[in-house]
Design a protein around this ligand. Sequence first.
Ligand code: SF4
Length: 239
Amino acid sequence: MLEIYYRYKISIKDKYPIQKQLERMATLVQRLRKCADNEDNGFDDETRNLLATRIVAYYKRYLNEDWEPLGVEVGFSIILYEDKYNIFIYEGRPDRILRIKDPFNPGRRVICVSDDKTRGRNDDLIDYNNQVNGYLVAAKTNWFVYNYMGKQKDTQKAFDRQLVHRSDIALEKWKQTTIKWYFKILADRNREEFLESMQCPGEYSACEFLSLCSSKDDREYNAVMNAKFKKRPEARKSW
Ligand code: SF4
């Protein structure tokens, strides 16, 4: 729903004066609410109610946000490293690219990457995060915002934003470390030996290989592999 919301915001931004934009956004939010309320959409009652109330609350909470959305679900593929034998490509798809007031110099505006995150409590995610650093290197900027959404009834607590700044030095360090990881994965591939990291994501973004990695023996592993996974028929395409 936020994808539709910000795509619409971009589409009307240059066409209407600000008051008209706000009116049109309010109409869109009402339409999204009806869509979330629709009994045919496959969600149970509780989820429908939650979605409907949350989109309205999100709109009210951030009615005057200074975010200027530039792109939504923007896929990218960048070359991190290249030599005679290897090309290492890093890919991703941030939820949105924005222009915001430069927190160090409010007279200027800077590019910022933003991703929506679900959180159950009020714990912040850390800045030293693979995805944050990778997205910033790709977007050539130092600013990132975690856009949190929680299940708390109090919508003041349910919505929160955490601004992250990563310096050029930190981003270069991430890049060099990631290149070393690519070389390590390449070596593992050549040896056909893949160690499980066991650094699996949490309940909201479970890794799709969890059922394989958590199988207790080769027999279970092979059964899961045959039942749940098949080789993609077409080659992987970059953005
Ligand atoms: S479940 Fe995913 S993250 Fe966890 S060890 Fe397996 S592949 Fe790695």
